[in-house]
Design a protein around this ligand. Structure first.
Ligand SMILES: *[C@@H]1O[C@H](CO)[C@@H](O)[C@H](O)[C@H]1NC(C)=O
Ligand SMILES: *[C@@H]1O[C@H](CO)[C@@H](O)[C@H](O)[C@H]1NC(C)=O
Ligand SMILES: *[C@@H]1O[C@H](CO)[C@@H](O)[C@H](O)[C@H]1NC(C)=O
Ligand SMILES: *[C@@H]1O[C@H](CO)[C@@H](O)[C@H](O)[C@H]1NC(C)=O
Length: 347
């Protein structure tokens, strides 16, 4: 059973990461029982398959978390030559990844791991998972501002633990890429945990707000995506030292002082390709056929996007409803406006 959204691109069978929601389909599969769903998902490692069998309902939430991450990644990179799509590899079937340890792989690992943490924590608060709920441990205590903790605080520590258990299980840490992935997964999780927010609600006579109860909430996922994008731009190159067991670790490549990278920095092993050309070794689809913008000052400018190969121009007329007026009573009358526009795609 292949649950993935597959599509033919350039004549190759290409998994375009999770563009469409499969949660509906997955929910009905969950009803078939853990063995059917957990054996049916491609690309799960034995430890993940065991977690899946123990908590089959969580697999839907994990899947939603991964999609949340991929959608955010595609939003953040929509104007880039790499637009968060990849030529698939065996390992990218459940957790999307790129075959080489580039900065783009670092972002993708961090944002999907953050997505799983976010989605699991959210599902706990909504009562959607059997093994967790709200974090009420602080209720009755007093906040720094002198208000009372109360209500449903997001149980981020459960989300973190679960994501570590499940997401990190896809990376054997006996090679540099595995170490890199585990590091970047943790960076993604930490961004969610470090940006938890506090929400409060007023009580008291007719909204006088003499009392408030407060609880912690998750940051918006856009915020997580934005912060990680800045970390992507300032990521650090690392290399592996040590051959076996606990000796194996990553150190910063520029500093010759054996320094370990910080837990707040994204790390990568290899420099990125240009993503101009199709190159399965790097998971690059190339930019042939990509839309570009003649006047943009961003990376979607045609010169940059098309790597100097030039572009095709398509002219078409765009029409839409405009100058709409509400007429008493009760119709809306509009004019039809149109405009000649051009669209550019890379050669
Ligand atoms: C579980 O999540 C779904 C959407 O993901 C929602 O429609 C449903 O109401 C939730 N169930 C509970 C018990 O909150
Ligand atoms: C989840 O449930 C299992 C039993 O099904 C239990 O052993 C475990 O401690 C629970 N974990 C949490 C975090 O509640
Ligand atoms: C990303 O680019 C590829 C070609 O490089 C294209 O096929 C795909 O539709 C694009 N995806 C998105 C989400 O823009
Ligand atoms: C192209 O870029 C310009 C400048 O950033 C922007 O105003 C315009 O909306 C863009 N056009 C399209 C089709 O995205």
């Amino acid at each position: 059973m292949n649950l993935w959204n597959t599509k033919r691109v350039f004549g190759f069978l290409t998994v375009v990461f999770l563009v469409h929601s499969l949660s509906g389909a997955l929910s009905s599969v969950v009803a078939l029982g853990p063995d059917v769903i957990c054996n049916g998902i491609l690309g799960l490692y034995p430890r993940q398959r065991n977690i899946c069998r123990e908590k089959p309902e969580s697999i839907v939430t994990i899947w939603e978390g991964i999609q949340k991450g991929v959608r955010e990644c595609q939003y953040q990179f929509k104007n880039g030559r790499w637009n968060c799509t990849s030529y698939p590899t065996r390992d990218s079937q459940f957790f999307p990844d790129l075959p080489k340890g580039t900065r783009e792989s670092a972002y993708l690992r961090a944002i999907t791991s953050a997505g799983v943490t976010h989605a699991i924590t959210q599902a706990c608060s909504r009562g959607n998972l059997t093994n967790c709920s709200c974090d009420r441990s602080k209720n009755t205590m007093i906040t720094d501002d002198g208000w009372q903790w109360g209500g449903c605080s997001a149980d981020i520590s459960y989300g973190l633990r679960f994501s570590r258990l499940f997401v990190d299980a896809s990376h054997p840490s006996d090679n540099a890429k595995g170490l890199m992935n585990v590091h970047n997964n943790e960076v993604g999780r930490k961004i969610v945990a470090d940006n938890m927010e506090m929400e409060c609600k007023c009580h008291g006579v007719s909204g006088s707000c003499t009392m408030q109860t407060c609880w912690t909430t998750l940051p918006s996922f856009r915020r997580v995506g934005d912060i990680l994008k800045r970390k992507y731009e300032n990521s650090y190159q690392v290399e592996q030292v040590g051959r076996s067991g606990r000796n194996r670790k990553l150190i910063l490549k520029i500093k010759k002082t054996n320094r370990k990278p910080k837990h707040s920095h994204l790390v990568f092993l290899e420099n990125s390709p240009t993503y101009c050309e199709f190159d399965p070794e790097y998971g690059s689809l190339g930019t042939v056929g990509r839309k570009c913008n003649h006047t943009s000052t961003d990376t979607d400018h045609c010169e940059l996007m098309c790597c100097g190969r030039g572009y095709n121009t398509h002219q078409y007329t765009r029409t839409w409803q405009c100058n709409c007026k509400f007429l008493w009573c009760c119709t809306v009358r509009c004019n039809e406006c149109s405009e000649n526009t051009e669209e550019y795609t890379c050669k």
